[in-house]
Structure formats: structure tokens, C-alpha cells
Ligand binder design. Sequence first.
Ligand code: GDP
Ligand code: MG
Length: 188
Amino acid sequence: QDVGVNRRQLLKLVVLGDSGVGKTALLRQYVQKKFIEAHQATIGADLLTKIVTTNNINVSLQIWDTGKICVCVSGQERYDALGSTYFRGADACVFVYDISSKTSFAHVDQWRQSFIKNTSNDRNVSKFKFLLLGNKSDLQEDLRQVSTSDAAAYAQTNGMLFFETSAKTASNVDEAFLALLHAISTVE
Ligand code: GDP
Ligand code: MG
């Protein structure tokens, strides 16, 4: 039996980022557009599931939208002691910032460190796939506070795939998740 393929039939994604950057909107855009969707509220987080086909394998995606498990400290969502429960078994982490918020971009590194800290017992950190999303790309250019090149450089330094997305117009949303799934499913 091919253990590798079986493992890939269920993928867990965790979505992290400051409050208001558009995590929930992005997931709604990504998941609701597709034909299979389930949405349920759990104890502290929203779990969305979606069936995708990648490399001819039907994969069940478990996506944890983490907003509700956090306490909000001056605009920044922070995890309580339950944090690691939501991170456990994750295959990949999606970090979201808002291109019109320099602060939300600056906080991405704290989210990254928090994820790594909470999954350090899981397995080799280098196996995790990371996706960085600069959301709200539909906003007028004069509202932009984070340049594409700064974010791309950060992503490259930290081994993250990177896209600027809009949950509002759906720009790059499918493309970003597809690239992430492709990266996960080509890991051997
Ligand atoms: P979360 O706290 O990260 O889950 O953020 P939400 O998904 O609740 O979004 C916060 C606010 O930003 C809401 O008012 C959304 O309508 C808005 N928003 C989310 N994504 C976008 C986007 O791509 N473009 C624009 N213009 N607004 C967005
Ligand atoms: Mg939310």
C-alpha cells in the first residue's frame, strides 16, 4: 500500500494573519466557488472542507480559518494555549496580510514564528509548505502600503510561495491555492 498517496488524500491547511486582512473572505471565495463545500463551526475555529483533484488524486482539503480562536490584542490576533491543537498535523500554512496595511505585513513574521513554534514537535519544519498572500489587491494603488517587491523578497527568503490576491474580485485566489497544492503533492 502506498502510504504516501494515502497521506496526501487528506491535506490540512492553516490560515494565519492579522484580524481584518481577509482570511475568511479569501476562503469563502476559494471554497464556495467550487462544487463541493461544507462549512461548520467548531469549538474555536471554522473548518472548511473542499475536494480538489491534483495529480489525478481526489484530495480532501481541510482548511482551518483561525480567526475565532484568537483573542485580539490591539488589532492583532494572538493564540491562546489551544493554538497548537489547530496547527497539529498541518501540511501547509497560508499567511495573509493586507497590501494596504504595513502593520499586517510586519506581523507575518510573528505568525510564521508562532506556527513553527507550535508545530515543532510535529515533524521536520522544512517539510511544511508556506504560502504568502498579499490580499486586497483590488484596492486603489494609492492605498498600497506594501510593495510587491518587498513581499516577494520576504517570501523568497523564507521559502514561501507568494501571490497578491483579491477575495473581492477573485483575482489569483484559485491560482495561489493551486500552486500550494501542487507544491504539497510533489513532495516525496
Ligand atoms: P479576517 O479577519 O482576516 O477573516 O478578514 P475578513 O475576511 O473578515 O475581511 C475583513 C474585511 O476586509 C471585510 O470587510 C472584507 O469585506 C474586507 N475584504 C476582505 N478581502 C478583501 C479584498 O480582497 N478586497 C477588499 N477591497 N476588501 C476585502
Ligand atoms: Mg475571519
